[in-house]
Design a protein around this ligand. Sequence first.
Ligand code: GDP
Ligand code: K
Ligand code: MG
Length: 292
Amino acid sequence: MHCGFVALIGAPNAGKSTLLNKMAGAKLSIVSPKAQTTRMRILGIVMRQQTQILLMDTPGIFKPKRKLDEAMVSAAWTGAVDADITLLLIDTIYGLTEENIEIINKLKETSRRIWVVFNKIDKINTQKLLPLTEEITALLPIEKSFMVSAKTGSGVDDLLDALAEDLPKGPWLYPEDDLTNLPDRLLAAELVREQIFMQTHEEVPYSVTAETESFKERPDGSVRIDVTIYVLRANHKAIIIGDKGQKIKMIGERARKELNRLLERPCHLFLIVKERKGWDGEKARLKAIGLE
Ligand code: GDP
Ligand code: K
Ligand code: MG
């Protein structure tokens, strides 16, 4: 038996959550084209050749502006420190950006073993990767590098095989058929937040946190889930509710469909929106989303 922690580290939108989901073969972490969609560390549990690979998705690394940002970035670095192997994800569309150079400089201090994963190769000419690999190895000692498309899955099997072979001997830390450490009530809140990231714009998604207030199994096998959406400002509340409640209805419908699929039973999802100034500085709110 082998078992070990693997952290996914990288700039916002490098594709960390998409890769986690692809490697786990299930949607565990929410994805959107917007930076800072992922706020907490989510563990994906992948069994491969008698190895339990504990994959840690992390928030992207960026310059923190507020308390929530600080907690997110610090969650990402804690992931790197705890890991047996750190996968540094590079979005090959952009290559070695300033952001990546800063991450690389800090990785030198936090991580012992670093593998580079070049992502989004479905979008580029892979010949461009040779000079990019050279640039990176000049800055950072890396053990291995991989080319993948988290979206199409190309290269992902090779990466999983390499991890399975490399992780240390040790007992499995989770039951064999567990997929994640994320509780269902947190998953429900995350799926609501994902829809808000997909369906609202500018500063609105960053104004939002979602918390599951109650999660009740019904005798007929379905489940009733009540989620509260907190926003920082009254006008954001109005935007999320939308004209005649159209927006909140759409958010609820799409999140419910995903929930039905992931929880494998009918879900009744009830959403309410509340204005709560300064939630992003409150300890209790940060704790509720797995930060702090
Ligand atoms: P994260 O912020 O690093 O977790 O990135 P996400 O997983 O949320 O992905 C950010 C965006 O990049 C989303 O729109 C994804 O669909 C897209 N994306 C991720 N991986 C790939 C890939 O391999 N190819 C392409 N074309 N897009 C990708
Ligand atoms: K994202
Ligand atoms: Mg993410």
